[in-house]
Design a protein around this ligand. Sequence first.
Ligand code: WQD
Length: 346
Amino acid sequence: MSKKILVTGGLGFIGSHTVVELQNEGFEVVIIDNCSNSSEDVLDGIAAVTGQRPHFEKFDLREKAEVQQFFSKHEDVIGAIHFAASKAVGESVENPLLYYENNLGVLIYILQELTKKGSANFIFSSSCTVYGQADQMPITEDAPVKPAESPYGNTKQVGEEIIKDVCKVNPQLASIALRYFNPIGAHPSNEIGELPLGVPQNLVPFITQTGVGLREQLSVFGDDYPTPDGTCIRDYIHVVDVAKAHVAALQRLLDGKNDENFEVFNLGTGTGSSVMEVIQSFERVSGEKLNYRVAPRRAGDVIQAYADTQKANDVLGWKAHSSLDDAVGSAWNWEKKIRNHEKASI
Ligand code: WQD
């Protein structure tokens, strides 16, 4: 039986960590990436960790003919793990058509090819953003999906709906949507990690870039929220834990253990941490004081979001193992490495 699996966006942050875990489990990985938000150098990092350089094809998945050619060339692909998408909330508000074309148009092309096969497996990169501000914490998978606060969030909601509808009339397609909470950190080998382009939108890369002096000061977006210390609460989960969940999800489908041919799982630790707690974690693991100031709230932020992990633990058979300090510490090690590397190459 073939163990060849397509990973779109496999040179990205979560994608590259998932490729490593797939190779560790004996899968043959084929990556498609257009490198719009990643670098081909990541292939060297993956190979340094696993000793296997994945097969890589560089093209834009918005080119439908190229997607069709890929699948006719790789008939033995058993399915796809689909990371390739645009994911900047603010950018999606400015440029909705880019997001609807890239995040939904491409999804449709991939599903069109998978449904031509006798059987196929599909893992979809979704997000806790579909819940908006959930009414109850921790958030379970059957919490109501709230009206999206951005086109980005809408593409995750609509993406799940498209997959559900396609699975209803294609019993040969088995699919799982994984709703990530807040993936952070880097592989313990320090060979791969997060490579945000430009000014980081997310908290942890901004913290580590401030720690190495690349950014002057972190702005804490609001400390007047109804939370214990006034700052927003999120479920920060080590990216390697997130990667391992993708292998568990694929294996569940390959073993035919799925109850329906479309399932949804939250990927979180089940613990919420405030912005201030993440700053304190950084100061603990780095031994450095972080330069920050309190700034106005950021539009679109929810007050708190952390996962109920019961279903992922009991049904998917997966559990996050790393602590916040482990994850923040791995992000810090990675940041120091890439900045020293940059200095060394000047
Ligand atoms: C976390 C907290 C900010 C930066 C987003 C997407 C989500 C997923 C993860 C793709 C918030 C605060 C942040 C800063 C700050 N992305 N913050 N200063 O917004 O929970 O989730 O990224 O799938 O879909 O919505 O993550 O890291 O941006 O923010 O105070 O410079 O940190 O206000 O409370 P978020 P984040």
